[in-house]
Design a protein around this ligand. Structure first.
Ligand SMILES: Nc1ncnc2c1ncn2[C@@H]1O[C@H](COP(=O)(O)OP(=O)(O)O)[C@@H](O)[C@H]1O
Ligand SMILES: [Mg+2]
Length: 331
């Protein structure tokens, strides 16, 4: 089993702060924190006793989060929610796959389809037409009742990590990509990429049979056997999750103070203290906020892939966890 990334860091930081950390011994993914005053706090992997339960539940529900954000005039993706056919029967709703397809037609293909409640890019599809659409809906509704159909937001993906009044990290995320060498096939390049993830201990499994990869290549008129020219870069996935092999560019020191204020304000407005905010931005984050959309809020943001960028980023992640544990010592 993959060792937990969070637990050893929490143990180190706990020691520094005089907090006793008792890990669940069998798997090591959960822990009890015993504060100097005897009070107990808990964590499970990326989830800490920091955010209130209601706010966390809303944040994790993409549709509810977007609804409250939009009411407060924050820009969110244009989209609607639909239900699996089975759930439609149970709740007597007409918002089933066919209604979703009609909605997709009305906003125009390609569209994004995704489960309402998952993370790490699981079940997120960019679909270009009818066959793909129904196939993707079928995949999602095999395990999810609620799915979203959204218009594609153009721009770059960014993640801001906020704790109370501070933005503790900010980075751009670029979807899994390969760079040609004039002789290797895309499949070979992806296998090399896999090896580089293994060397970096990023614990990513590129699924070479993922139809999102084949579809993306098809749109570029390529296949896994195509050979890319020297230096030619192509994105092989349409989605930027680091857990799917996306690359992060650390911009924590470059981000404009107005972006920081905005990310802090949104976190607070959504009732959260600790949050990973995902934005799609048209423009630069070292300039004042211009055009952006809030894609989603993560009340339990994973920091492992960001930490794998290098020593500086690992140190930054340690500081984030130290500040997080310090909040437990506040009163
Ligand atoms: N409406 C959209 N427009 C453009 N890209 C999107 C859209 N929705 C999702 N994506 C891409 O897919 C990724 C994953 O989607 P997201 O909604 O964040 O789900 P998850 O919770 O699985 O990360 C995003 O980081 C982004 O790259
Ligand atoms: Mg996401």
């Amino acid at each position: 089993m993959k060792p937990c990334f969070v637990s050893p860091l929490i143990q180190t930081v706990g020691r520094e702060l005089g907090i006793e950390v008792r890990l669940e011994p069998k798997y090591g993914y959960a822990g009890q924190l015993i504060l100097p005053n005897g009070q107990k706090r808990y964590f499970r992997n990326n989830s800490f006793d920091i955010n209130l339960l209601g706010a966390s539940e809303i944040a994790k529900d993409k549709m509810y989060a977007a609804s409250f954000l939009a009411k407060m005039n924050y820009p969110v993706p244009e989209g609607e929610e639909f239900f699996s056919d089975a759930w439609c029967e149970t709740i007597a709703s007409k918002r089933e796959a066919r209604a979703a397809y009609r909605y997709a037609q009305s906003i125009g293909f390609p569209v994004i389809i995704k489960p309402n409640n998952k993370s790490q890019g699981e079940g997120v599809f960019k679909v270009a037409g009818k066959i793909d659409f129904f196939r993707s809906v079928e995949t999602i509704t095999a395990s999810d009742r609620v799915f979203l159909v959204q218009r594609i937001v153009e721009g770059d993906d960014f993640r801001f990590v906020v704790l109370d009044q501070e933005v503790l990290a900010a980075y751009q995320r670029i979807p899994l990509s390969v760079t040609g060498d004039g002789q290797s096939s895309i499949l070979t390049l992806l296998k090399q990429k896999q090896k580089s993830f293994d060397r970096l201990k990023r614990f990513i499994r590129i699924s070479f049979a993922d139809n999102r990869i084949t579809n993306q290549l098809k749109q570029l008129k390529l296949t896994l056997d195509s050979i890319l020219g020297m230096g030619q870069i192509i994105q092989v996935l349409p989605i930027a999750n680091l857990s799917l092999g996306g690359e992060a560019i650390d911009l924590s020191e470059k981000i404009h103070p107005d972006w920081k204020r905005l990310a802090i304000e949104i976190t607070r407005a959504m009732g959260l203290r600790f949050c990973g905010l995902d934005f799609i931005i048209q423009g630069k984050i070292w300039a004042q906020p211009f055009s952006y959309v809030i894609l989603e809020l993560n009340p339990s943001p994973g920091l492992e892939h960001f930490a794998s960028l290098g020593k500086k980023q690992r140190e930054r992640v340690k500081i984030i966890y130290r500040k997080l544990l310090e909040t437990f010592l506040e009163n």
